[in-house]
Design a protein around this ligand. Structure first.
Ligand SMILES: Cc1cc2nc3c(=O)[nH]c(=O)nc-3n(C[C@H](O)[C@H](O)[C@H](O)COP(=O)(O)OP(=O)(O)OC[C@H]3O[C@@H](n4cnc5c(N)ncnc54)[C@H](O)[C@@H]3O)c2cc1C
Length: 442
């Protein structure tokens, strides 16, 4: 990189990456819990993809029954601490709270859930569920992200012998390696892994299925297999200059940032982030908070078409990110290192997005972060016999999560093309019941 962003003091880094939604005090949590109306139809519960019985866990906070509250939460969602901190609550549970209709502040469900889960971790994660007696069946879970973890936890409770195989040395998937540090810490995700291991789930890390362990070996070891491998392959831009020094994939960049070793992360003075989804926003805000002086987001469509949530967009704007809408990267300019990003303006012609001829303009930058999407690992998945993949997603039965190869089940980003942690957690749990039904017919 030509120009490195100036290093900040330890205090500045900590302040830049301080939690956006800090913990509630006991008094504040009780006051907030007592505001809950315990609605008869709990729209918050319907809006939560894992359908946590929200009013009940909140009622239990109000009565001081923290253990019971944790049990209510965990019986629906095995990665409830991550979800409490990272879920887009504004568009899910809190967005559905009836207080919104009254023009009042919704119940802070995310922070209350975090209050309970923090209590649970601080109190040594006591065993709340008794696993069923072993049923003699064994399941292999590929991927230790939220989908794999949730599936493994539920299977263990149902009496299965479960082993998770994770390519990374440290488990947790994107909960550990992707979510912005101002939302949660890696340790939160690792605590969830610890809790799931306490249920009897075995984990093998550094195990890349398809390479270090073959599919056929896995099939011999297990009666059923769950695929929770997410979207590990970044989409390439396919423009000249993509291999220059200073060009990064968003996933590699954000993973570096989650380690909280701020000074060691390479950041340019002027950074262009290509893309406009939530991952792009995270990469841009993180670059800025690490000290980049100018951060630009480049997007070929307009603000209305951005897939990032409104609150993420507002966060980026308040961090001083500058947006180039209707701009399409044409090439990354530089001899050995990035010097500029050349773009073309775009406009809609006959309903189609087209670059405007001779509209080239250059943005001087010393770092480019590519955040235009992620994909399944096609080469690995296509080695599983009879596994149908459509539009870049593993095809499953909507109820049982069984794939077109009956021994395999799947969930999370690899079946939905990339949603949220909470969707992956739900899929994993439901797939456990799909597996039980297939094996035992119940
Ligand atoms: C940068 C970023 C920020 C995000 N922020 C949020 C957020 O704030 N809130 C939110 O709700 N969602 C967020 N998401 C989305 C969320 O992280 C995902 O929806 C969720 O992690 C998907 O879970 P998963 O288990 O399907 O996949 P992953 O979390 O990706 O886990 C898949 C796991 O499988 C492993 N694996 C892959 N292939 C193999 C193989 N062949 N053998 C063994 N292991 C393998 C991987 O190493 C990985 O650990 C974010 C996503 C990104 C990219």
């Amino acid at each position: 990189m030509n120009n490195i962003a100036p290093k900040l003091s330890a205090k500045e880094y900590e302040s830049n990456f301080a939690e956006l939604k800090p913990a509630l005090t006991d008094i504040a949590a009780h006051a907030e819990a007592n505001r809950c109306l315990y609605c008869f139809d709990s729209p918050c519960m319907t809006a939560c993809p894992t359908h946590i019985d929200i009013s009940t866990f909140i009622k239990k906070i109000a009565t001081g029954n923290m253990k019971g509250s944790a049990k209510t939460i965990l019986s629906s969602n095995w990665v409830a601490l991550t979800c409490a901190k990272a879920c887009p609550v504004d568009v899910l549970c809190e967005g559905a709270c009836v207080y919104n209709d009254k023009g009042e502040k919704p119940i802070q469900i995310g922070r209350l859930q975090r209050h309970v889960m923090d209590w649970y971790v601080e109190n040594g994660m006591p065993q709340l569920f008794t696993p069923a007696p072993k049923n003699g069946m064994s399941v292999g879970v590929i991927g230790a992200g939220p989908a794999g973890l949730a599936c493994a936890a539920e299977l263990s409770i149902l009496g299965f012998d479960v082993t998770i195989y994770e390519a990374h040395k440290i488990p947790g998937g994107l909960d550990t390696h992707g979510i912005a540090p101002y939302k949660m810490k890696q340790q939160d995700s690792l605590n969830e892994v610890k809790m799931i291991k306490k249920l009897g789930v075995k984990t093998k890390t550094g195990a890349l299925i398809g390479k270090t362990i073959s599919i056929s070996k896995l099939e011999k070891l297990h009666d059923a297999i769950f695929i929770g491998t997410g979207l590990p392959k970044p989409t390439e831009l396919k423009i000249p200059g993509e291999n220059l020094a200073g060009v990064f994939n968003a996933l590699d960049f954000v993973e570096d940032v989650t380690k909280r070793n701020w000074k060691s992360v390479k950041v340019g003075k002027r950074v262009a982030v290509i893309g406009a989804g939530n991952t792009a926003i995270d990469a841009a805000t993180e670059a800025r908070r690490l000290g980049a002086i100018e951060v630009y987001m480049i997007y070929r469509r307009g603000r209305e078409q951005m897939s990032a949530y409104d609150f993420e967009y507002e966060l980026a704007k308040s961090d001083g990110i500058k947006f180039y809408f209707h701009s399409q990267p044409k090439r990354i300019v530089g001899k050995k290192k990035v010097e500029a990003l050349e773009c073309l303006e775009t406009k809609i012609v006959d309903g189609k997005l087209k670059p405007v001829p001779r509209s080239e303009f250059k943005i001087p930058v010393d770092m480019v972060i590519k955040a235009v999407g992620q994909n399944i690992d096609d080469s690995f998945l296509s080695s599983i016999p009879d596994l149908k993949i459509e539009d870049g997603m593993v095809v499953v039965d909507g109820k049982t999560y069984q794939t077109t190869n009956p021994k395999y089940f799947a969930g999370g980003d690899c079946i939905n093309g990339g949603k949220e942690v909470v969707n992956a957690a739900y899929d994993g749990k439901r797939a456990a019941y799909g597996i039980r039904k297939w094996i035992f017919g119940e």
